[in-house]
Design a protein around this ligand. Structure first.
Ligand SMILES: Cc1cc2nc3c(=O)[nH]c(=O)nc-3n(C[C@H](O)[C@H](O)[C@H](O)COP(=O)(O)O)c2cc1C
Length: 172
């Protein structure tokens, strides 16, 4: 997705495109992807482009912001320990940590409450990544409790706010 952004003060007054890369993992919360992407694309001046798959280094160069939504327990564990065995985990492993990476954990309450989850989330934060915390609700599996992905509106608001900080993206 490539919105336009004004240049920071003091730089040439040339508009540039901003690239948001959305990473998706195998949480049931991936059901919300159409809603999430449609709302991200509704950010003013956002327009979409589709490309053929590209290598992880090209993607890390292309993207200004990486949003991993949902981030499931499996990929959380991989990222925390540096494993990179698919395109998404390779992009994350190669990520330029001067650029924002936002992650939205989503998993069953029992998985969320396992003590390793807090350790791994802390590790990701120590890498400089930003957690968009999960919420408590009735999960798709029928259980009630923490572990549901943050609401799409919350995620989109955080993306907009972060783009405003990192890329001078207009907020209105
Ligand atoms: C229907 C279904 C729903 C799932 N939902 C979740 C989930 O919400 N959170 C989670 O951590 N794993 C969930 N899983 C398990 C992951 O899909 C599984 O760990 C998978 O290996 C993750 O692979 P990935 O991290 O490479 O996407 C679910 C599995 C199935 C079959």
């Amino acid at each position: 997705m490539e919105p336009r952004a004004s240049c920071p003060e003091g730089t040439a007054s040339v508009e540039r495109k901003i690239h948001v890369l959305v990473g998706v993992t195998g949480s049931v919360a991936a059901l919300k992807l159409p809603l999430l992407v449609s709302q991200l694309l509704a950010i003013p001046d956002m327009w979409k482009c589709r490309t053929d798959p590209v290598l992880h280094i090209e993607l890390r160069r292309w993207a200004d912001l990486l949003l991993v939504a949902p981030l499931d327990a499996n990929t959380l564990g991989k990222v925390a320990s540096g494993i990179c065995d698919n395109l998404l985990t390779c992009v994350i492993r190669a990520w330029d940590r001067s650029k924002p990476l936002l992650f939205c954990p989503a998993m069953n309450t029992a998985m969320w409450e396992h003590p390793i989850t807090a350790q791994q989330v802390s590790q990701l934060k120590a890498f400089g990544y930003t957690e968009i915390p999960c919420v408590s609700k009735k999960l798709v599996c029928g259980d009630q409790g923490l572990g549901a992905m943050a609401e799409v509106d919350t995620i989109v608001d955080k993306v907009r706010e972060t783009l405003g900080t990192c890329c001078s993206f207009p907020q209105s």
